[in-house]
Design a binder for this molecule. Structure first.
Ligand SMILES: NC(=O)c1ccc[n+]([C@@H]2O[C@H](COP(=O)([O-])OP(=O)(O)OC[C@H]3O[C@@H](n4cnc5c(N)ncnc54)[C@H](OP(=O)(O)O)[C@@H]3O)[C@@H](O)[C@H]2O)c1
Length: 246
């Protein structure tokens, strides 16, 4: 009953799937969520079969307050702790700021920032409880931001703004909650080879992108730190001739 427990959003594909898989290999029990049921159930079944981990899939749209509440309720009804909250689910939107419809802006900000704010609020009670049980490690939040939240990128105005907000949110969580044993880390990668970057493949080869495994490794490293360590933001850039470009 002392095994660690993680909740991972956006776990059906891409970075979230790989983080979930590696956490399961490390002995975590998992609550996994995504918007679409079919992919989520497939991934949950594959991870459980490969690792033997206890995996609970919960369908939840990050754009719905009710779904977020139901997700955290479902987690709490199946587990009495939460060692790691991985705020990974997110959407992209590419195009010039001058032409971006406000409904696209709203979707990106709601899914990439508002939902993360609300999930943190909803999970703080169980994160604090878990940290009190395990003061040496505490409880941790890892949020998938982006290098575009650190350095603006043409064509990614709304996306970059949402990720800059997420980086700031992680800092505030650590400042307000470290005394309760809870810290937050933003991970800020450049282009990672997933479905999200399919639009970019014409101008950037897939093998020039980061891998989901790179991001998963950083996530595992954060989980191994003591409660005395806080890592506000980790920038993971592509090896090449520009450090601060996606
Ligand atoms: N790929 C990159 O280059 C890159 C770089 C920096 C940061 N990131 C960030 O890393 C995270 C994961 O990206 P990825 O590349 O792995 O993306 P991805 O392959 O497109 O996967 C996105 C995941 O998020 C879920 N999701 C999307 N919209 C959702 C919604 N409204 N409600 C609930 N779940 C939703 C998807 O579930 P469904 O399939 O059910 O929709 C899927 O599981 C994102 O936050 C992204 O911004 C990515």
């Amino acid at each position: 009953m002392n095994r660690p427990v993680a909740l991972v959003t956006g776990a059906s594909r891409g970075i979230g799937r790989e983080i979930a898989r590696r956490l399961a290999l490390e002995g975590y029990a998992l609550t996994l969520s995504a918007r679409r049921e079919e992919g989520l159930l497939r991934t949950a079944g594959e991870i459980a079969a490969e690792t033997g981990a206890e995996v609970t899939p919960v369908v939840a749209n990050l754009a719905s307050d009710d779904d977020l509440r139901a997700l955290v309720d479902a987690h709490r009804s199946g587990a009495d702790r939460l060692d790691l909250l991985v705020l990974n689910g997110g959407v992209g939107a590419e195009g010039p700021l001058a032409e971006m419809p406000m409904k696209t802006y709203d979707l990106v900000l709601n899914v990439n920032l508002r939902a993360q704010f609300q999930l943190i609020q909803l999970c703080l009670p169980v994160l604090r409880e878990t940290a009190a049980l395990n003061p040496a490690s505490g409880a941790k939040i890892v949020a998938l931001a982006s290098i575009t939240g650190v350095a603006g990128e043409p064509g990614l105005a709304a996306y970059g703004a949402s990720k800059a907000g997420l980086i700031s949110l992680c800092e505030t969580v650590t400042l307000e909650e470290h005394a309760n044993g809870v810290t937050a880390t933003a991970l800020s990668p450049g282009y990672v080879d997933t479905d999200l970057t399919a639009w970019k493949r014409d101008s950037l080869a897939r093998d020039a992108m980061l891998t989901a495994g790179d991001v998963a490794e950083l996530t595992l490293a954060i989980t191994r730190l003591s409660a005395h360590a806080a890592v506000p933001n980790v920038v993971l850039t592509r090896a090449g001739d520009q450090i601060w470009r996606a």
